[in-house]
Write a protein that binds this ligand. Structure first.
Ligand SMILES: NC(=O)c1ccc[n+]([C@@H]2O[C@H](COP(=O)([O-])OP(=O)(O)OC[C@H]3O[C@@H](n4cnc5c(N)ncnc54)[C@H](OP(=O)(O)O)[C@@H]3O)[C@@H](O)[C@H]2O)c1
Length: 320
């Protein structure tokens, strides 16, 4: 009798966990023929699944990666699964500001359009520094994204209606930004949370500035996804995360759904600057919607990546 109750209880628990893990699917099947999408780190996890989905819809997809060898094998897989040859791999290290400038210069020279920019590349909660002396999380997740987007803004404007989708995380709510310490690099999880909060402020101010130019911006929380990021940690952490993730986390394919939704659906046009999760707009904590902080972070970031106002007037010149 006890054995039967235990088995039933276990089954019930599995059903509850599966229900909790279940996420919405992007149902928008809009074609993207003639459109170009750029995905930073489109070679693994959420980025790769997004690349496959957009290529299947007919878009020209450019995946940017810092690992050319891994990138080549991902490129073959994306082409095979999407049945599209219109996918290109380009080298990009988001931890190096000069590399971002070089990438943008080549992109502007070689590509005719940019309709969808997906800022997906992100490092997990690690304590390290970028080559430019910024905390790795803030430097890659926020400053890299900030510089890349700014350098491509003219092209996005000229291809309007266009959109910028930035992958953030709902862990943004566990930290606040400290302007005296933007380069905070002490508790690994907190550096990650701050960088993801910065993604939200960045999206808010970008939407503000681009409203009149036909460029829509949104931030997306993909859900908690089993991904390559676990491999960056110790064996003990990986075992713990394996147990937790198999119970509560979703696959990369499921995690990509909200990103794909924001890349294709017209739903986001009504929510410029908004925050999406589970393929629908969600409410942010009030401090994360503070326009004053968003503007202040934008101005501080311009200084940190050396994007002066004269450069801004001629973005193409700043890339050279
Ligand atoms: N996974 C989650 O649960 C979760 C939750 C919320 C938000 N997110 C966000 O979703 C996005 C994608 O996450 P994911 O889990 O799909 O990623 P992932 O599979 O863990 O892969 C991370 C990728 O980022 C690349 N990367 C690291 N440093 C880079 C750099 N300096 N320049 C270029 N690429 C770099 C890595 O390349 P290498 O392999 O060469 O190092 C790796 O391919 C990230 O922004 C992440 O913060 C993820």
């Amino acid at each position: 009798m006890y054995a039967l109750i235990t088995v039933l209880a276990a089954l019930l628990l599995v059903l509850i966990l599966r229900h909790l893990k279940r996420r919405r699917v992007c149902l928008d099947v809009k074609r993207l023929d003639g459109k170009t999408a750029l995905i930073t780190d489109g070679i693994s996890g959420i980025g790769k699944e997004t690349a496959i989905a957009l290529a299947k819809r007919g878009a020209r997809v450019i995946i940017a990666s810092q690992d050319e060898e891994k990138g080549e094998s991902a490129l073959r897989q994306i082409k095979r699964e999407s049945v599209s040859m219109n996918v290109k791999l380009v080298y990009l290290n988001m931890a190096n500001l000069q590399c971002i400038r070089n990438f943008c210069k080549e992109f502007l020279q070689n590509e005719k359009r940019l309709d969808i920019l997906i800022n997906n590349a992100g490092v997990p909660a690690l304590l390290d520094w970028t080559e430019n002396g910024f905390s790795l999380c803030f430097g890659v997740n926020h400053l890299g994204t900030f510089l890349l987007t700014n350098l491509l803004l003219d092209m996005l404007k000229s291809c309007s209606p266009s959109r910028v989708v930035t992958v953030t995380s709902d862990v943004y709510k566990y930290q606040k930004l400290d302007f005296a310490e933007l380069n905070y690099n002490i508790v690994p999880l907190f550096t990650y949370c701050r960088s993801k909060l910065a993604n939200i402020y960045f999206t808010h101010e970008l939407a503000n500035q681009m409203e009149r130019h036909g460029v829509t911006a949104c931030a997306v929380h993909p859900g908690y996804v089993v991904g390559d990021w676990i491999s960056q940690f110790s064996i003990l952490f990986r075992i713990v995360m394996y147990v937790i993730s198999s119970m509560f986390f979703i696959s990369s394919q499921e995690g990509a759904q909200s990103v794909i939704h924001c890349a294709v659906s017209d739903d986001i046009l009504k929510h410029n600057g908004g925050y999406f999760s589970d393929c629908r707009p969600c409410k942010l904590r009030s401090y994360a919607q503070d326009s004053g902080i968003a503007k202040k972070l934008w101005e501080a970031s311009e200084i940190m990546v050396n994007l002066s106002s004269s450069n801004k007037k001629n973005i193409k010149a700043s890339v050279q």
